[in-house]
Design a protein around this ligand. Structure first.
Ligand code: GLU
Length: 291
């Protein structure tokens, strides 16, 4: 057992409904479910459906069906991010009022074309172009142009001071949100971002343990900062390893042959699969990435 787990574990499984679940999702959800159950806590399901173009109702139904097939039940009502937009807007307004958010009019192409864009844990670091747009020009462009909202990371970090987050395996970790640069708080096509929505939801749902893949490790730095700025409680984090297929590539929703629905269709016994996943035994060709 990780040494720094909270005593009462309230956790969640938070898929985006952009496809069916694969074996890695099932494994992750099982771990979260079991940790919560073992502490007499709660396991919640949250549907991260802020991406209106890619989220599909049939995938929401599919995710629930896949979890049920695997024998995983969740506590309380399912939380849909698409129904919590008012809470995200209120938090964004608060960050704006604190002088920590600015509108960004750049396109992906603008950012990619920026010669200086170095890479951070979240991909290309935003070069800060729109941070320097004068206030009067800003107001005018907001009225006319599609825009995202970004955090002024240097200012936010200066305001929050040094922070640490609690890793269930390793204890306190110094947070380094500056490494990610001015990340997006609200997208052009959605009134929030993954970072803002997930941080607010975890707090609203009383989550004490965030269990998710190692691909989201750097997100903990950003979420910890948002917690400090918005006076939110701080869960413990655990980032599990990622599963790879025979080609050594990470499992993705698009990868064929590893979806729970496919295993089900091919006659796999769900209780056997559940026992195997609990023991860290994966279907043929799938293994835990060695990092
Ligand atoms: N929705 C994210 C995903 O599907 C998970 C986010 C989280 O657990 O914080 O990868």
């Amino acid at each position: 057992m990780p040494p720094h787990l909270p005593q009462h574990i309230v956790t969640r499984f938070a898929p985006s409904p952009t496809g069916r679940l694969h074996v890695g999702h099932g494994w992750s959800a099982l771990m979260a479910h079991d940790l919560a159950g073992g502490s007499g806590g709660r396991f919640h399901l949250r549907i991260e459906d802020i991406d209106g173009a890619r989220s599909r109702p049939e995938h929401v139904a599919g995710i629930m069906e896949d979890l049920a097939w695997l024998g995983l039940g969740w506590d309380g009502p399912v939380v849909f991010q698409s129904q919590r937009l008012a809470a995200y807007a209120a938090a964004l307004d608060r960050l704006k009022a604190m002088g920590l958010a600015y509108p960004c009019f750049c396109t992906r192409a603008d950012i990619a074309a920026s010669a200086s864009a170095p890479h951070g844990p979240e991909g290309a670091i935003y070069p800060g172009t729109c941070r320097h747009v004068p206030d009067d020009v800003r107001a005018d462009r907001i009225a006319r142009e599609p825009h995202a909202w970004r955090i002024d990371m240097a200012r936010a970090v200066a305001m929050a001071g040094p922070l640490t987050w609690e890793d269930a395996d390793r204890g306190p970790i110094p947070a380094d949100p500056l490494a990610a640069g001015d990340v997006v708080l609200a997208r052009k096509d959605a009134p929030t971002s993954y970072h803002l929505a997930a941080t607010l939801d975890d707090a609203a749902m009383g989550v004490t343990l965030v269990l998710r893949g190692r691909d989201l490790l750097a997100a903990a730095d950003i979420h910890r900062l948002l917690q400090a700025l918005l006076d939110l409680p701080t869960p413990v984090y655990r980032h599990h390893g990622l599963l790879v297929g025979p080609d050594g590539k990470r499992l993705a929703k698009r990868t064929g042959g590893i979806q729970l629905a496919e295993l089900r269709a091919s006659g796999v016994d769900p209780s056997r699969l559940r026992d195997d996943l609990r023991a860290g035994v994966f279907p043929a060709g799938i293994s835990l990435q060695n990092t």
